[in-house]
Write a protein that binds this ligand. Structure first.
Ligand SMILES: [Zn+2]
Length: 375
């Protein structure tokens, strides 16, 4: 069996449900140490973290990812037990096969080949056992430590399963930002039969909220879709049908691209309400800034490696949920996400094509060889 598959199987047999690492980082650390990496465990708050480096800067390429997996669901509903690492000759089965133990094995095996010759620049691994959970003590913490030391990677390849139909057809180059708002609109409670003695906050907010809901905020930005505004909750009313309520709460959310700033978006909603004479307060919270790696050597190396080795022209995407790229990219690290097909992630019977992992390892190797050439 190819070394990438053997290593994936060994990781799959460790039941590392968040925040458990179940010995995955010990195993990967041993392999990296044997390849000449300096390994440092930066465990914190019950989360296992590994920072490993090989070679000398000034530029650093980090392979980044997580050893933790989401729960299996009912184990007897799986065709093969989720922590058995079953290989049927074509597919490797198990929780984490695609998200993302296969990627980690492909990266470590690539590093073992890359470190056979001296290179310009530094190769690193940034690994955690808490990506699927609260993600407080994982990459977020590692990024803080590295920033303090002035050791942040120049480039990071995150092994998240980015591919859609076939290996490498999609790479992730950014994520939209998320801005939440709680609007509290004040009225005056009263009897529905005497509206002149009351002030209805539902009526007050209908027109301005309709206006911001219908608004076209922008036309998108590069590979980002247009910014969207959504109302996720409207709450008013006393329960009685003959009472005008005195108060309304609205929860709203922006998913925005980098052509927008959260301040400007919030300000436009506030201004619309103010123009309509609404008596309100707004509490805006930025839950994640957008990030975007717009071209540059990392993206170019990734696209070239996929063309040459996987024979695929990839799409640059900014879709999907969150990833640990949100902790690295805003600090200045160029980030790309590249990993296996995501069709079965978080599902029963998660599995990955074994041949894809072998190709993925060669692609990772080619990206690194391009950015960190032989000396
Ligand atoms: Zn993942």
């Amino acid at each position: 069996m190819d070394p990438t598959l053997t290593l994936t199987q060994a990781l799959l047999r460790r039941p590392s449900v968040t925040p458990e690492d179940a010995g995955c980082l010990d195993l990967l650390g041993e392999r990296l140490s044997a390849a000449g990496f300096r390994c440092e465990r930066l465990d914190r708050g019950g989360v296992s973290n590994l920072w490993a480096t090989w070679g000398e800067g000034p530029e650093t390429l980090a392979f980044a990812g997580h050893t933790d997996v989401v729960p299996t669901g009912p184990e007897d509903a799986w065709t093969h037990p989720p922590f058995s690492g079953h290989f049927d000759g074509e597919w490797l089965w198990g929780r984490g096969a695609a998200d993302m133990k296969g990627s980690l094995a492909a990266m470590v095996c690539a590093a073992e080949r890359l470190t056979r010759v001296p290179r310009r620049g530094r190769l690193a691994f940034l690994l955690t056992s808490d990506e699927e959970g609260p993600a407080q003590h994982g990459t977020r913490y590692l990024a803080e430590v590295l920033k303090e030391r002035g050791e942040l990677p120049t480039w990071a390849v995150i092994g998240e399963p980015s591919s859609s139909e076939r290996l490498g057809d999609v790479i992730r180059v950014g994520r939209r930002g998320s801005l939440g708002g709680r609007l509290s609109i004040r009225g005056i409670q009263g009897h529905v039969a005497y509206p002149e003695k009351a002030r209805n906050p539902i009526h007050d907010c209908l027109a301005p909220l309709a206006a911001v809901t219908a608004k076209r905020w922008d036309e998108g930005f590069g590979p980002f879709p247009p910014t969207s505004f959504q109302i996720s909750n409207l709450h008013a009313g006393t329960g009685a049908t003959n009472v005008i309520p005195g108060q309304l709460e609205a929860d709203v959310n922006f998913r925005f691209n980098p052509s927008q700033t959260p301040e400007a978006l919030a300000q436009q909603v506030d201004a619309e309400l103010a123009r309509a004479g609404v008596d309100f307060t707004a509490d805006w919270q930025l839950s994640g800034p957008p990030f975007f790696t717009d071209g540059g050597p990392l993206i170019e190396a990734t696209e070239a490696a996929l063309e040459r080795i996987a024979g695929v022209t990839c799409e640059r995407s900014t879709g999907g949920g969150t990833s640990d790229g949100r902790f690295l990219a805003p600090l200045g690290t160029q980030v790309v996400e590249l990993g296996p097909v995501n069709a079965t992630i978080h599902q029963l019977n998660e599995r990955v094509l074994a041949s894809d992992l072998v190709v993925l390892s060669a692609v990772y190797e080619a990206i690194a060889a391009h950015l960190l050439p032989n000396r």
